[in-house]
Design a protein around this ligand. Structure first.
Ligand code: COA
Length: 331
């Protein structure tokens, strides 16, 4: 049987920085309020002519270069995004594939909001373990600034742009393999976080008013459900695989809010050294946040071959997920 190994990581962050002070000039808020409630200090914003696929391509090139796998051997590209270049079609994954020069790949996007990276990890694992694919490029890429309402102080302080990518490839060596991936969803909570306009469910007059495809959120309720759901899910994946939280080298949570990360980390008795934190500098980049955070520890020289990562995420849907992933580079 083939196993799936996490070979490499790459990321890209747009140059422009939007600080809390900048936001305080746009809406009624302050650096103090944002820092205290979220831990976010700044986020990066893509330029007008920089699309989600452009961010994804840059992250993907880096991940492929670092993987030791030839570009032409990539046989599937999956992109997690809620801010695709074009709603409906073509998929951002197909655009990324073409920009990379890939031919004859299977390419598609998935929509699982901030849990997107965990979902595409499970897809890569399943395709590889079934023998259908050998080298899968997975990308979380978001230009959330394109779907953020910069007059709504409840949401615009949270989100940023960026991309992260990883190459997952087949191996016979079980020690290198992704141990487990959990994914879940519950549409009962759909109204906590949504983009109500622009789809077939939109009110017709909303479309006529060109209300835009902005995110709307019930922040306080989302916060509570997130802490509850994540703590339960992460405990379950550890117990199910008989792994103690002490043996996790890197706990890489979705970077939504420092207080959520702290609450879940404390419930799991994770130390500060174990918890990977990037929310202060990137904000919430949805499906891109986990691979961007993994890339940060990789580039800091803190992610070594064989070390175990525990990923966890939640997002609109609601969706949630967790994964136990050893870092298994080929070179
Ligand atoms: N600056 C200043 N005040 C703000 C504000 C801002 N940016 N946003 C909201 N407020 C105000 C509210 O209007 C409210 O005022 P009121 O008491 O006069 O009515 C007050 O702050 C408290 O609002 P509340 O929504 O209860 O705050 P909160 O402590 O829940 O913090 C969030 C708001 C959004 C930071 C927090 O709920 C959160 O992070 N939730 C999770 C969101 C998330 O992670 N979403 C992504 C999921 S992947």
């Amino acid at each position: 049987m083939a196993y799936a190994a996490f070979r490499s990581i790459g990321a890209y962050v747009p140059q422009k920085i939007l600080t809390n002070e900048d936001l305080a000039e746009m809406v009624d808020t302050s650096d103090e309020w944002i820092t205290k409630r979220t831990g976010i200090k700044e986020r990066h914003i893509a330029s007008d002519d920089e699309y989600t696929s452009d961010l994804g391509v840059k992250a993907a090139r880096q991940a492929i270069e670092r993987s030791g796998i030839a570009l032409e051997d990539i046989d599937m590209v999956v992109c997690a995004t809620i801010s695709p270049d074009y709603f409906c079609m073509p998929s951002t994954a197909t655009i990324i594939s073409t920009k990379l020069g890939l031919k004859n790949v299977t390419a598609f996007d998935i929509s699982a909001a901030c849990t997107g990276f965990v979902y595409i990890l499970s897809i890569a694992k399943a395709f590889i373990e079934s023998g259908m694919k050998k080298n899968v490029l997975i990308i979380g890429a978001e230009k959330l600034s394109a779907i953020t309402d910069y007059t709504d102080r409840g949401t615009c302080i949270l989100f940023g742009d960026g991309a992260g990518a990883a190459v997952i490839s087949a191996t016979d060596n079980k020690d290198e393999a992704i141990v487990d991936v959990h994914t879940g969803a519950d549409g009962e909570y759909a109204d906590l976080l949504m983009t109500p306009n622009g789809g077939s469910g939109s009110a017709h007059d909303a479309l006529e008013e060109e209300a835009g495809v902005f995110m709307q959120m019930k922040g306080n309720e989302t916060f509570k459900v997130a802490v509850r759901t994540l703590t339960k899910d992460v405990k379950e994946i550890l117990e199910h695989n008989n792994i103690a939280s002490e043996s996790i080298e890197h706990f890489v949570p979705h970077q939504a809010n420092y207080r959520i990360i702290k609450a879940v980390g404390d419930a799991l008795k994770m130390t500060e050294e174990q918890v990977v934190l990037t929310v202060h500098k990137y904000g919430n980049t949805s499906g891109a946040s986990i691979p961007m955070a993994i890339n940060d520890i990789y580039e800091a020289g803190e992610l070594k071959a064989g070390e175990m990562m525990l990923l966890d995420a939640f997002g609109g849907g609601l969706t949630w997920g967790s994964a136990l992933v050893p870092f298994s580079p080929l070179k």
